[in-house]
Design a protein around this ligand. Structure first.
Ligand SMILES: [Ca+2]
Length: 231
């Protein structure tokens, strides 16, 4: 239902939601009409189900309405909300004094349709280690990662992912399964990741950092290059 409603909002009809924050579809919009029963052909949610899904999207909050943990809202990690990853990255940018200073050593790439450490409908194979090696040893900071979908040993789809917040959009009209069809674009809706946390220091804990690095995304942090001359 959500994919059907929001697939095209990221600029590419490919069965994946690259920009979940542009998706404003509310669970209430598919609440069953009075007397209606949900069927496979005519799917709807009961009032209780609408209430539950709405709370899941909003995320748990304390009695003052401050967020305890991000709502569950894409990209496709069922275990850890990608919003937590983005909020952590935003917190790092705030601490470092902006996006440009942070990009010197840490870059975030969100993987549409990809699960916790892999899997999901989206292309989940990529060479993050190679990107880090090029960054450290060649000074070539990654602006995109080439991802691929491998089914039964065959690559069925390739797609670039770009440095957050840019998303890959099929602007050429080429096949959505080929990376060459895509160019980096600003998302139609900019996402404010400055979360008002119940515990202000929560996003900066080491536990949050370790978990968020696996969250349907590739957070590349550039390690310092070992010096051979003790400089
Ligand atoms: Ca899409």
């Amino acid at each position: 239902m959500v994919v059907t409603a929001c697939d095209g909002l990221d600029g590419t009809k490919d069965g994946l939601i690259a920009d979940p924050f542009a998706c404003s579809r509310q669970p209430r919009s598919i609440e069953c009409a009075p007397g209606q029963t949900s069927t496979a052909a005519s799917f709807c949610l009961t009032a209780e189900q609408v209430s539950t899904v709405t709370k899941l999207y909003r995320g748990p909050a304390d009695s003052h309405g401050r967020l305890l943990y991000p709502g569950w809202h894409g990209l496709a990690d069922p275990a850890i909300s990608p919003v937590g990853t983005i909020a952590y990255y935003q917190a790092v940018q705030n601490f470092m004094g902006g996006a440009a200073r942070t990009s010197d050593f840490a870059r975030l790439f969100m993987l549409p349709g990809v699960g916790h450490c892999g899997g999901g409908d989206g292309p989940d194979s990529f060479n993050g280690l190679g990107a880090l090696v090029d960054w450290v040893e060649q000074g070539q900071a990654p602006t995109s990662l080439l991802t691929g979908k491998v089914v039964n040993g065959q690559v069925t789809q390739t797609q670039p992912v770009y440095q957050y917040p840019l998303i890959a959009v099929d602007t050429t009209g080429g096949p959505v399964t080929q990376a060459s069809s895509y160019t980096p674009q600003q998302p139609p809706v900019s996402f404010d990741a400055n979360v008002k946390w119940a515990a202000p220091s929560a996003p900066a804990t080491s536990r949050s950092a370790a978990g968020s690095a696996e969250s349907g995304s590739a957070a590349l942090a550039k390690p310092a290059r070992p010096s051979r001359h003790g400089r």
